[in-house]
Write a protein that binds this ligand. Structure first.
Ligand code: NI
Length: 171
């Protein structure tokens, strides 16, 4: 297994629209294992392939506190959604920022599992929010896109400044 590098806002590669996964094979399962390792190490509760610069439609999540609810969703499609919930969201690609975002409270999602088998699952609460957030990444969309332009610019400038300081400190 290997930990992967996570792209950070405003990296333009995060704006790439991911292509459908054509084959669920050992190469893809290796990527899935690496994505879980990367997500757990961060630590985070969700990671989309887009964030590790692989532009295929897959994401991993685990909203438990003890790594007991891992899910991988390949080529996910939301087939039903209802209700509205507002949650403070963060993102491994926008480190350190949390802002309220409105999402469907309950979803039904269809996807392929790690064996390539078509599956459907219902999700609500944090898991539903997380899946919707990660599916946005596959479209090149970030949670900061739901915020006002001025708030998004403020976050962008602060992150760029922090990165400059980190680079200077590393010299
Ligand atoms: Ni994210």
């Amino acid at each position: 297994m290997a930990k992967l590098n996570i792209l950070e806002f405003p990296d333009p590669r995060l704006r790439t629209k991911a292509a459908p996964v054509e084959a669920v094979d050992d190469g893809l399962r290796q990527l899935i294992d690496d994505m879980f390792e990367t997500m757990y190490a961060a630590p985070g509760i969700g990671l989309a392939a887009t964030q590790v610069d692989v532009h295929k439609r897959l994401l991993v999540t685990d909203v438990s506190h003890d790594q007991t609810e891992p899910f991988v969703l390949i080529n996910p499609v939301i087939v039903e959604k209802d209700g509205v919930t507002m949650t403070d969201e963060g993102c491994l690609s926008v480190p350190g920022y949390y802002e309220p975002v409105e999402r469907a409270e309950h979803i039904r999602v269809r996807f392929l599992d790690r064996d390539g088998k078509e599956t459907e699952m219902e999700a609500e609460g944090l898991l539903a929010v997380c899946i919707q957030h990660e599916m946005d990444h596959l479209e090149g969309k970030l949670f900061v896109d739901y915020l006002s332009e001025s708030k998004r610019m403020r976050i962008r400038k602060k992150l760029e400044k922090e990165r400059r300081h980190a680079a200077a400190a590393a010299m």
